[in-house]
Design a protein around this ligand. Structure first.
Ligand SMILES: Cc1cc2nc3c(=O)[nH]c(=O)nc-3n(C[C@H](O)[C@H](O)[C@H](O)COP(=O)(O)OP(=O)(O)OC[C@H]3O[C@@H](n4cnc5c(N)ncnc54)[C@H](O)[C@@H]3O)c2cc1C
Length: 604
């Protein structure tokens, strides 16, 4: 039997881990596995020799590539703390500087720290080598073809032809773990490419910053970054520290930037105008999650499919956030009293009086901070953002169980279990899900709960003080004129020679610039829709929810064609993470369910 794994990122490696764990049930006949990726093992996100300054936004004690934590299949942190990590760094092809940086990192990391993506890349290579060795001992052959798959065709039931530019073969099963696609550019993005080419400017569409060539950007050149999430922080790091600048920290904990002289001048903007909040420093156990009082699984279990409106969801979520916020800011208030008052919709005025007005929980202000800025501060919006970064960092440093604000943001992450339950059980009203949740919730989640480690905010604040990074208050008008990119608001008009879309590609392969999916969409796979009459597409590929096997245009399961991860985002929730060591991890459960189905298929 031949198995193809398309993609050598965390899901590709996890597929191998499952083959290894199920090998007893798979090896009645000879087994050949081929892994395909045009990037090296680890995939396009976890490139071992990428810039060491780029860090993960998952604490290293939570990440793993294996479904069982053993000495041969250790979690990321257990691997870091074993001699295997420094040995692996020494034998990986890296520059001497990078090796040194990684070895120092290994010495110093604690479980709640954020490791470099490069180190996770070395771990991925090590994990792959270990899996190959374990599989080879079981006489399972495994090969890596360092090429892009260009086409997958269903030839017979349970037979798939997989092609690259120089290889074609037939497989009994295909596991597609292809991650982020390249988007098909919109008309306006194509116009920007043409405009940049015509005027010798630089335009960088949405993509992973470590795959971007920034060398053409000259020192002191004006660069516009459109988007202020995690990718913005990456670009700022690459264009400052990545160009030889460095930070010092004074005895009050304030960061100061020392220029190299190679930095461009950066202007950032977005619809909201504010960069993402920091992740709070970890105080709780990495596996511990806070329990909601309102969006509880027992409440959700009573709902029937399609019955939950986005407004009801939001109201319950806000109550849960207010609950954790007030348990931290009013520790003397009884929890029962708090739940009872929030259930009635508001806090008693006598209780509110105990708090300064700016300490009253106000969700609208939280997600629309731009609406609270005094008009007099809009002119010098960069210093408004500087203050915001310092305030947010102060809260984050207090910790995610002490600071009311940092605990609130942590709660958004802890509500993911309830949100996943809602999505996996189709509880949302379909139109609210597609038109509101998929847009609005993701944006607020990215802003409040998916930001970077706190030192990135302190660095950014120092860069604002050094006049290297500037922010432009919304609403901002963007245009091209004469031979420049221009961003303009009521107070300023900035002309730039480089425009970077500082965000990741859209989380959907439906309209992506990807030949494999384009062809499969014409022949075999179809978009996942929630409401056939209205053709409400979630952006996902239609797969059987439990097993991730493709559902074709005739609504039949295509046995042994598995697609998991980002191409199923919309049908599943939060597929853009690595596997975690936390109990009941969705990534790991998915991989196990797929393999149960696969074994059943081959035995039937
Ligand atoms: C810049 C960046 C930073 C991130 N940081 C974190 C983080 O800190 N923590 C976290 O949990 N998540 C992070 N993520 C999310 C990331 O999606 C997941 O961590 C994880 O990489 C998903 O694993 P995957 O295997 O599903 O996809 P990927 O890691 O994206 O791997 C997919 C692989 O498939 C390959 N592929 C695609 N099409 C083909 C084809 N036709 N033929 C052959 N190969 C193909 C790609 O080249 C790629 O290597 C980050 C993502 C990005 C882009």
């Amino acid at each position: 039997m031949k198995i193809a794994i398309v993609g050598a990122g965390p899901r590709g490696i996890s597929t191998l881990d499952q083959i290894n764990l199920s090998s007893d049930q798979l090896t009645r006949e000879s087994l050949d596995i081929i892994v395909f990726d045009s990037f090296d093992i680890g995939g396009s996100v976890w490139i071992a020799d990428q810039n060491h300054l780029l860090i993960m936004n998952t604490p290293c004690g939570q990440a793993t590539l294996f479904s069982q934590n053993t000495s041969k299949t250790p979690s990321f942190f257990d691997w870091i703390k074993s001699p295997n990590s420094s040995l692996a760094v020494k034998i990986t092809k890296l520059t001497p500087n990078q090796k040194e940086a990684l070895l120092t990192e290994i010495e110093n990391l604690s479980a709640t720290d954020y490791a470099s993506r490069s180190l996770f890349g070395v771990y991925a290579k090590w994990a792959f080598t270990e899996l190959v060795s374990m599989l080879t001992q079981k006489e399972i052959s495994i090969n890596f073809i360092n090429q892009e798959v260009t086409s997958i065709t269903v030839t017979f039931p349970n037979q798939f032809e997989v092609q690259t530019s120089s290889f074609t073969d037939s497989f009994s099963a295909v596991f597609m773990a292809t991650g982020f696609p390249l988007n098909t550019l919109t008309k306006s993005e194509n116009n920007l490419i043409d405009f940049a080419a015509e005027h010798k400017l630089t335009y960088i569409p949405a993509k992973n910053p470590s795959l971007t060539n920034l060398e053409t950007i000259r020192p002191q050149e004006t660069v516009i970054l459109r988007g202020l999430g995690l990718t913005f922080y990456d670009y700022v790091t690459l264009l400052t520290q990545g160009r030889g600048g460095h930070f010092s920290i004074d005895d009050k904990g304030r960061y100061h930037y020392h220029k190299s002289g190679q930095e461009p001048v950066i202007y950032g903007f977005s619809r909201r105008g504010y960069p993402s909040h920091a992740k709070g420093s970890y105080e709780k156990d990495l596996a511990e999650t806070m329990t909601p009082q309102f969006l509880t699984i027992s409440y959700l279990k009573k709902l029937s499919p399609s019955s939950l409106s986005y407004q009801t969801f939001l109201k319950l979520m806000i109550k849960d956030l207010a609950y954790v916020y007030y348990t931290k800011s009013l520790p003397d208030l009884s929890k029962e009293e708090l739940v009872s008052q929030l259930s009635n919709g508001h806090l008693d005025d006598n209780i509110k009086k105990q708090l300064l007005p700016h300490r009253i929980f106000d969700f609208d202000k939280l997600i629309r901070p731009e609406s609270t800025v005094k008009p007099s501060d809009l002119d010098d919006f960069s210093s408004t953002i500087g203050d915001f970064l310092l305030d947010d960092a102060t809260e984050a440093l207090q910790g995610n169980q002490t600071s009311p604000m940092a605990t609130t943001f942590e709660m958004i992450r802890d509500l993911r279990k309830s949100i996943r339950f809602i999505i996996e059980n189709d509880l949302f009203d379909p139109s609210d899900y597609v038109n509101q949740f998929l847009g609005s919730f993701k944006s607020l989640n990215n802003f409040l709960a998916a930001g970077p480690a706190v030192n990135r905010l302190l660095e950014l604040e120092a860069l604002v003080r050094s006049n290297i990074v500037h922010f432009i208050a919304p609403p901002v008008e963007f245009k091209t004129s004469k031979n420049k990119f221009i961003v303009k608001n009521h107070w300023h008009s900035i002309e730039a020679t480089t425009l970077i879309e500082s965000r990741l590609p859209k989380e959907s392969v439906i309209a992506a610039n990807d030949n494999v999916y384009k062809k499969l969409l014409n022949t075999t796979i179809k978009p996942h829709t929630l409401d056939n009459a209205n053709n409400l597409q979630t952006g996902a590929i239609a797969v059987e929810r439990k097993t991730n096997q493709v559902i074709n245009y005739e609504n039949k399961i295509v046995k042994n064609l598995f697609i998991w991860g980002l191409p199923t985002e919309g049908l599943h929730f939060q597929t853009t993470t690595v596997a975690q060591t936390t109990p009941d991890n969705f990534f790991i459960k998915e991989s196990q369910e797929m393999f149960k189905a696969f074994i059943q298929n081959i035995n039937s």
